[in-house]
Design a binder for this molecule. Structure first.
Ligand code: ZN
Ligand code: ZN
Length: 329
């Protein structure tokens, strides 16, 4: 099969790799679309070659179900990026991200992947494969899980700090749920996308002071909730400054240690701070419902490239101006 080989130093090749073979309980999937995740950019820019690629968001058609019992050949499926053991109390409750023996999808920028059938949600015939990627992976999963961890009610003032593909997903979901969304980023192109996806206000943090700007928009009240989706220390600091009294900060962008002052940042204004990771498998049907009720999930996707032009796809992601970039084997 053909697959993307990440060579490091922003070099990408599409090469021949051996076809994967399904193990017990697994299916072989012919990938129809795979999304490039922001988390892959570190490896792309770094100086080390990967064994293959770290793609982990895809959807496709089952072409070998001989080791599976639920799925059959021809089924259209998405694949969750996080796989639990399938047996523990968390997995049985559909809370696979809490499984102590979890593993996950890798090498999804390829013609073929294998995956445990229990972590492959079926797609209905009306759902295009590229949308199916978002409905079963990070693209909608991360924003949806945040909306469950910290419920949004209509009229809330919600800021999203960082409007990469995941931040854009937060703008879409939060606006759909009735929040008045303020999007903050450095990129005018991404802020324009945020507006199209439902952000009522945009703040370019390279041009204006974000604390002043949000203060003006909210008439001094600041935000009920701030979602940090940039994964940088400055973004988290900004999030803690633009949250209002008794508000909530959701940390969503992964990063290392950031110094915070409990007294100043949390205690004296009754701030709640929480983390939120990926989505849980039990939430997936509700994500599909939102799509069928009009959530414009497909609008998060701005680019499609054939797998053979994966290098171009990674370049577009690297420019940090796009929404979701899809590769199509
Ligand atoms: Zn990801
Ligand atoms: Zn488990």
């Amino acid at each position: 099969m053909k697959a993307v080989h990440v060579l490091g130093n922003r070099q990408i090749a599409v090469e021949d790799f051996p076809d994967p073979t399904p193990g017990e309980g697994e299916v072989l999937v012919h990938v129809k679309a795979s999304g490039i995740c922001g988390s892959e950019m570190g490896g792309y820019r770094g100086d080390r070659a990967q064994a293959m690629n770290s793609g982990h968001e895809c959807a496709g058609e089952v072409i070998d179900a001989s080791r599976a019992s639920r799925l059959k050949v021809g089924d259209r499926v998405g694949i969750a990026a996080v796989w639990g053991c399938g047996e523990c109390r968390w997995c049985r409750a559909g809370q696979n991200t809490y499984c102590d023996n979890r593993r996950g999808l890798g090498g999804a920028h390829a013609e073929l992947v294998v995956a445990p059938e229990i972590w492959c949600p079926k797609l209905d015939d009306e759902t295009p494969y590229d949308v199916g990627v978002l409905l079963s992976g990070d693209g909608l999963g991360v924003p949806y899980h945040v909306s469950r961890r910290s419920p949004t009610v209509g009229g809330m003032m919600v800021a999203v700090v960082g409007t990469g593909p995941i931040g854009l997903g937060h703008c879409l979901v939060q606006a759909f749920l009735g929040a008045e969304v303020i999007a903050l980023d450095l990129s005018p192109a991404r802020l324009e996308l945020a507006q199209k996806l439902g952000a009522a206000h945009v703040v370019n943090v390279s041009e204006v002071d974000p604390i002043e700007a949000v203060g003006e928009i909210t008439r001094g009240m600041l935000c009920d909730k701030v979602i940090e989706a940039a994964g940088g220390p400055q973004a988290l600091k900004t999030a803690l400054r633009i949250v209002g009294k008794a508000g909530t900060v959701v940390a969503c962008g992964e990063q290392g240690a950031v110094p915070i002052s409990p007294a100043e940042d949390l205690i004296r204004r009754d701030i709640t701070m929480m983390g939120s990771w990926f989505y849980q498998f039990r939430e997936q049907p509700a994500m599909v419902d939102l799509y069928h009720r009009g959530l414009r999930v497909g609008d998060l996707i701005t680019h499609h490239f054939p797998l053979s032009e994966a290098a171009q796809g990674f370049r577009v992601m690297d420019e940090a101006k796009s929404g979701k970039v899809m590769l199509e084997p």
